[in-house]
Design a binder for this molecule. Structure first.
Ligand SMILES: *Cc1c(COP(=O)(O)O)cnc(C)c1O
Length: 383
């Protein structure tokens, strides 16, 4: 069976901007400033302007962005950092790598994002004796910003820094404020499959705080001080390649159009599938970046197989919650456990989603899916 579409069609975008992109990359090859070349600062200015943040600091990838954000606040051993269990491993990995303790919090079933009540419950418990509650990292799963107003209220009460893991939500807005301005510090990823992706690894950090921005600029360059061989602090080597910055400048130029093109596609899925599957619910005032279009299905695995046989690629983000992973099972959890994270890990399935998904092809995907669900009901395997 030939594939109906790619899960994320990067080639469609390449057909659109290929020549301009090739020229932008050729300019870098010609000037030869591969590390911290002029495109890096230009991209940072454009990224900051795009989301209305005072500072954008690029780095090597989205995982480093999280680690740098934690380092900029001096978070380390003895500190507790509250993270959802239903996310990519980077969120807890960055916490563990600075020596702090990730504490796993549950999610809400219809938004897939951190449950503020579970966060509050986790804060009410003393973990491993005397950990200091230092930060919370809400994740904007599938492109929808977490409930920042509710999380901010809890964070203020407990003096937590809020670090938004916006790897999947760059371009989204909450009450007319863009991602990048919704938390004390926001991190994102330019991994190719993210809403704004480059041609390799890349990441960025956003903040309105001048002091944190200055520390971040130093940390990513080996803790650099006033000049090249002056090291003020222990840092890391985490720069965005000039070539990737050049790629991102070209992609950012069409990014708003792409973000808009995702909206009717997501709406068509929502309208066509809400009677047969669990669809995500947007919180009030949100425009999602729709990085992924995700359903909740009782019989996920058999539906995924039927789709595959009909030429429709799917993906599961994520099949195992972090608190069940070998690397993270020993860390503390919210007192009521993480039942929603566990349930969603069994039931979620993401459909093809990208700005160039043709309405006709999408119609076929929807038809195939509805057929698979009906067949499933008839054979009584559902539930
Ligand atoms: C992709 C992703 C990251 C990590 O980004 P990299 O650039 O791959 O390091 C972190 N958090 C979430 C939620 C992600 O989806």
């Amino acid at each position: 069976m030939t594939r109906l579409t790619a899960f994320i069609d990067l080639q469609a975008q390449r057909r659109r901007i290929g020549p301009r992109m090739d020229e932008a990359m050729a300019r870098v090859l010609d000037h030869g400033k591969f590390i911290m070349g002029p495109e890096v600062a230009e991209l940072e200015d454009r990224l900051a302007a795009f989301c209305g943040a005072k500072h954008a600091i690029t780095c090597a990838n989205g995982t480093d962005a999280l680690q740098l954000a934690l380092m900029s606040k001096g978070i380390g051993p003895g500190d507790a950092v509250f993270v959802p269990s239903f996310t990519f491993a980077s969120t807890s990995e960055a916490v563990a790598n600075v020596g702090a303790t990730p504490v796993f919090v549950d999610i809400l079933p219809e938004t897939f994002n951190m449950d503020p009540a579970s966060l509050r419950a986790a804060l009410g418990r003393r973990h491993g004796g005397d950990l200091n509650p230092a930060a919370v990292i809400p994740v904007d799963l599938y492109g929808q910003p977490a409930d920042y107003p509710a999380i901010q209220a809890v964070a203020e009460e407990f003096s937590l820094t809020v670090i938004a893991d916006a790897a999947q939500s760059f371009g989204a807005t909450l009450k007319n404020r863009k991602v990048g301005t919704l938390a004390d510090i926001t991190t994102t990823s330019f991994f190719p499959a993210k809403p704004l992706g480059c041609y390799g690894d890349g990441g960025a950090i956003f903040t309105d705080d001048d002091g944190i921005a200055a520390v971040l600029r130093s940390l990513r360059l080996h803790g650099r001080g006033a000049h090249k061989y002056d090291h003020e602090r222990v840092g890391v080597n985490s720069r965005l390649d000039t070539l990737q910055a050049a790629v991102l400048i070209e992609k950012l130029a069409i990014f708003s159009e792409e973000a808009e093109a995702r909206q009717p596609i997501a709406e068509r899925y929502q309208a066509a599938l809400r009677d047969v599957a669990g669809v995500s619910k947007l919180i009030s005032g949100v425009v999602s970046a729709w990085a992924y279009y995700t359903l909740v299905l009782e019989d996920r695995d058999s539906v995924a197989l039927s789709l595959k046989e009909a030429g429709v690629p799917t993906a599961i983000y994520y099949p195992k919650p972090l608190h069940r992973q070998t690397a993270y099972s020993g860390f503390p959890r919210a007192p009521e456990g993480l039942p929603v994270a566990e349930e969603m890990a069994r039931k979620v399935l993401s459909l093809p989603m990208h700005p160039y998904l043709d309405a006709g092809v999408q119609g076929q995907i929807i038809a195939v899916l509805r057929q698979a669900l009906e067949a499933d009901l008839l054979t009584g395997t559902k539930g």
